[in-house]
Ligand binder design. Structure first.
Ligand code: URA
Length: 187
């Protein structure tokens, strides 16, 4: 897929039938936020609330993400938030490889439009799709890599923090590191 301007990209994505998830979605969750943001947060895929509202990270995990953003002085509207897959997998299962492969060109196009300096992968699915297919979130989270001038990091998905509060401390360390990197890119 060649790169499209935002409006056309959204239109194509909203009508997408490239993988079977389109049969079970209520809404496509394209992504939202500041198109001029230096930082992009990328999750796995819409959950129930997101599928119903057509917006990313609006359920419990999203509320936690909002608090974590506030804790590093970012407002939701300052950042751009998207997912690896734009349609909800049944019962929130992890997206299948064919679903990820079908959907990834939309995200790549979004990244090209927003041109962030920093990308934060929220959870293993995002890290595997973006950083390395063999990414191990417990081992490799919190480590910066750089690709084509973009700094990329993965941290725990907020839903994982809700399930296992012991992960909150390392995630907070990662968020402090993200703030530090963002401050550097602003100076
Ligand atoms: N989990 C995700 O990965 N993305 C969302 O948009 C919501 C929950």
């Amino acid at each position: 897929m060649s790169l499209l301007p935002l409006k056309e990209l959204m239109k194509e994505c909203m009508n997408c039938t490239k993988c079977p998830l389109h049969n079970v979605r209520n809404n496509v969750v394209f992504g939202e936020g500041n198109l001029k943001s230096k930082i992009m947060f990328i999750g796995e895929g819409p959950g129930r609330d997101e599928d119903l509202q057509g917006r990313p990270f609006v359920g419990r995990a999203g509320q936690l993400l909002n608090k974590m953003l506030e804790a590093i002085n970012l407002k939701r509207e300052d950042v751009y938030i998207a997912n690896i897959v734009k349609c909800r997998p049944p019962n929130n299962r992890v997206p299948l490889q064919n679903e990820v492969d079908a959907c990834l060109p939309y995200l790549r196009n979004q990244v090209a439009i927003i041109a962030p300096k920093i990308i934060v992968c929220l959870g293993a699915t995002a890290a595997k799709a973006i950083i390395d297919k063999d990414f191990k979130i417990t081992v490799m989270r919190g480590q910066w890599i750089e690709r084509k001038g973009v700094k990329i990091i993965a941290t725990y998905h907020p839903a994982a923090l809700l399930r296992d509060p012991e992960k909150k401390y390392p995630a907070w360390e990662d968020f402090k590191s993200i703030k530090n990197e963002l401050d550097k890119s602003n100076s």
